[in-house]
Design a protein around this ligand. Structure first.
Ligand code: MN
Length: 285
């Protein structure tokens, strides 16, 4: 199932070029008072909601996908976790390009661990990415995004996929420079998640998915998640050794070679096998 948040917190099931509007199921979510529990309420209750969504969808009203504003399928993550330099060919290009490495010696993920992006950087694909520092190089990084369902601490690699609510396409937008990753990658709009959450039954092996990013007609990034240095299971285990994971936590798994700059007016066409496509514009801030 492909679960899409759209038009101001409506919930849809994507079918071809349309959405089935199943928003009424969200009325079953508990109404809460301060202090809120950590994590995303919809994702936390997804196991109970999915049968209701499946029952409602066939008779739910349809909306053309082209007519809606698509939002991030996770509204309120507890955190956005990201993997640095998790593809060998991206390490090689980073070592070769001073515009990426800024004089630092680029190592692999096991040297750096993980990093966190500000939740305020999260947007859906219909919001254009603002170029807030036009004097700096702002790069696209397409990544497979994993959304955690049931949380946990010290999750074993062997059972890691049982903790996945679904998969989405992620964009880890980045200013190149000397500052910490959490600064350069956390500007408003610098994390794009979409176009929907695909449940794991539709993604039997997250470590073997083709994906691609075009800017306009130019293919910039094209790879497969089988080239990840730390695959999805290992990333979940590794992250949960440091942080307790909560429902709705987002793990950006890392980007392959082909990163490059974008400018206002550019359009990024992102595709991941079994997930689908999302188109994301770029604008001046
Ligand atoms: Mn990245």
């Amino acid at each position: 199932m492909k679960l899409c948040r759209f038009d101001g917190n409506r919930l849809g099931v994507a079918e071809g070029d349309m959405l089935r509007d199943v928003t009424p199921v969200t009325e079953a979510l508990p109404s809460l008072r301060w202090p809120l529990p950590p994590g995303d309420l919809l994702i936390a209750h997804l196991p109970a909601l999915l049968p209701r969504i499946a029952a409602l969808a066939p008779s739910a009203p349809t909306v053309p996908l082209s007519s809606v504003r698509i939002e991030s399928p996770v509204a309120n993550p507890n955190k956005i976790i990201a993997a640095p330099v998790n593809y060998w060919k991206h390490i090689e290009e980073s070592r070769a390009d001073a515009g990426i490495n800024y004089g630092s010696d680029v190592k692999a993920i096991d040297h750096y661990g993980l990093f966190l992006k500000a939740n305020s950087s999260l947007n859906g694909p219909s919001a254009e990415v603002p170029i807030a520092r036009p004097e700096r190089r702002t790069d696209h990084e397409i990544e497979l995004a994993v959304v955690i369902g049931s949380g946990g601490y010290r999750i074993p690699e062997a059972s890691a996929l049982e903790h996945v609510a679904g998969y989405a396409i992620g964009l880890d937008m980045t200013i190149r420079g000397t500052e910490d990753r959490s600064y350069r990658k956390s500007l408003d709009g610098f994390t794009v998640l979409g176009p929907w959450l695909v449940t794991p039954d539709e993604v039997p092996d997250p470590d073997n998915l083709d994906f691609r990013l075009r800017v306009g007609n130019e293919t910039r990034q094209e790879s497969n998640t089988k080239h990840l240095i730390f695959g999805v299971r290992k990333l979940i285990a590794y992250a949960s050794e440091a942080y307790t994971l909560y429902p709705g936590d987002i793990i950006l798994t890392g980007t392959p070679e082909g990163v490059g700059p974008v400018k206002p007016g550019d359009v990024m066409h992102c595709w991941v096998e079994r997930i689908g496509e999302m188109t994301v514009g770029v604008r001046a801030a």
